[in-house]
Design a protein around this ligand. Structure first.
Ligand code: GLA
Length: 417
């Protein structure tokens, strides 16, 4: 049923994969030590004294629920995961940043005193972060670094935010950046918005900066209040990659944002105190329905109810009501598919397959949509069945090759060596 032997091989490798942080983060540490050794061998500045090498790590994230709510000042519930980006580095005093990609050996760099414009390549995440940190008044310094990632790019797992936060730590000589964690997340978001040029909300950089092992993170994107929410005992998080990349820079994301803004502007005629869709109740939305164009009405309907679903999910997790969590996931996916219109046939197929597997509590697309991944909350003993079902059915339905990752909720960006 597969196109080629290599597809089948890849699937077999994925199926064999063990969870990376089943050992409490030791795998990340071991990978960091190996990266440091490679840098010591390759970098003359490090060769003489390996003790000056530091390793920083920034995780990716998966969003449990609360999609396209962050830029509407609503609620989100992401978790940082045990896949991410690590940089082994030697700090320097020469104001020069040079990074080599461990995978492929490509090298690029820039001067901190002449950062220049966006180039349209991966170095933008580092240059943009340096630019935003300088703007925020945080001290930054040069370094020679070797970067490794096990986070698929363009999969909706926040490889950009991980790149930015890893860069922020590297630019701080491998130490905690001199900004409090929320300000650091906002500075990374500023790099993404104003330098890289993607108009995203705060969720990804927040999750990558604040991540906590075994926990999801509830964020109120207006007040910026947040708290860690324990993940239920006896459950696992499984990410299914649709094999079709997500295109976040695409104009679709920005057009959804402006449709939301259009809804707010129209509803303000009914209630001038409204600042964002966060302030809109289902009742107000119903009362203002005839003032909204079709698209604005559907987008607003999604956001208003998605905020309710986040709070319902947090309450259900607190009382251990996993059926209610599953219902919220299902309703979120349907709303993203039919109201916000950011799903795809591939993501719908992954959710359909997962929903048919006994022991899967909930399944929905995660992140911006338009391709990328689904997140699945699964009873411990159902992980294998979910993997088997996806590997057996998905390619036949879509013609695409899936990847299945069991992930653990992990700590945020940090120095690991
Ligand atoms: C992307 C953006 C986030 C958020 C999600 C959708 O991941 O970077 O800010 O808007 O999409 O929830």
């Amino acid at each position: 049923m597969f196109d080629s032997t290599s597809d089948a091989d890849q699937l077999a490798r994925d199926a064999d994969q063990v969870p990376r942080d089943a050992d409490g983060g030791a795998a990340t540490l071991a990978a960091g030590a190996a990266l440091a050794a490679r840098l010591a061998a390759a970098e003359p500045l490090a060769g003489a004294d390996a003790s000056i090498i530091r390793v920083v790590h920034a995780p990716g994230r998966v969003n449990l629920i609360g999609e396209h709510t962050d830029y509407n000042e609503g609620f989100v519930l992401p978790a940082a995961i045990d896949m991410g980006i690590s940089i082994a580095l030697v700090p320097t005093d020469d104001r020069r940043v040079e990074i080599t990609l461990a995978d492929g050996g490509e090298r690029d760099g820039f001067d901190l005193d002449a950062i220049g414009e966006r180039r349209g390549t991966w170095i933008d995440y580092v240059a943009g972060t340096a630019w935003a940190m300088a703007e925020a008044g945080a001290p930054i310094r040069g370094f020679r670094g070797l970067l490794a990632s096990d986070l698929p790019a363009g999969a909706g797992l926040s490889s950009s935010a991980a790149f930015e936060l890893a860069a922020a730590w590297a630019l701080s000589g491998g130490d905690r950046p001199a900004l409090d964690t929320m300000r650091l997340a906002q500075t990374a978001q500023r790099a993404e918005n104003a330098y890289v040029g993607v108009n995203s909300g705060l969720m990804d950089q927040f999750a990558v900066a604040f991540g906590r092992a075994h926990h999801a993170l509830l964020l109120d994107c207006r007040s910026l209040e947040h708290r860690a929410v324990p993940l239920p005992a006896g459950t696992r998080l499984v990410v299914c990659h649709s094999g079709s990349p997500r295109k976040l820079a695409a104009s679709d994301y920005n057009s959804r944002r402006s449709e939301c803004d259009r809804a707010v502007a129209a509803l303000r005629a009914l209630d001038p105190t409204i600042r964002s869709l966060r302030d809109v109740t289902p009742e107000l939305l119903a009362a203002g329905a005839d003032r909204l164009d079709d698209a604005a009405a559907r987008r607003a309907d999604h956001v208003v109810h998605e905020n309710e679903r986040v709070m319902a999910t947090v309450a259900a997790l607190a009382r251990g009501d996993l059926d209610a969590v599953g219902r919220a996931f299902a309703a979120s996916h349907v709303s993203l598919r039919d109201r916000f219109e950011v799903s795809s046939p591939a993501l719908d197929a992954l959710v359909d397959i997962a929903t048919g597997v006994p022991g899967v509590i909930g399944a929905r697309l995660t992140g911006a949509g338009f391709g990328g991944c689904t997140v699945n909350l699964v009873h411990d003993d159902a992980v294998g069945a979910l993997r088997d079902a996806v590997l057996a059915q998905y390619h036949g339905v879509t013609g695409l090759t899936p990847r299945v990752f069991e992930v653990r909720a992990a700590d945020g960006a940090r120095r690991i060596a």
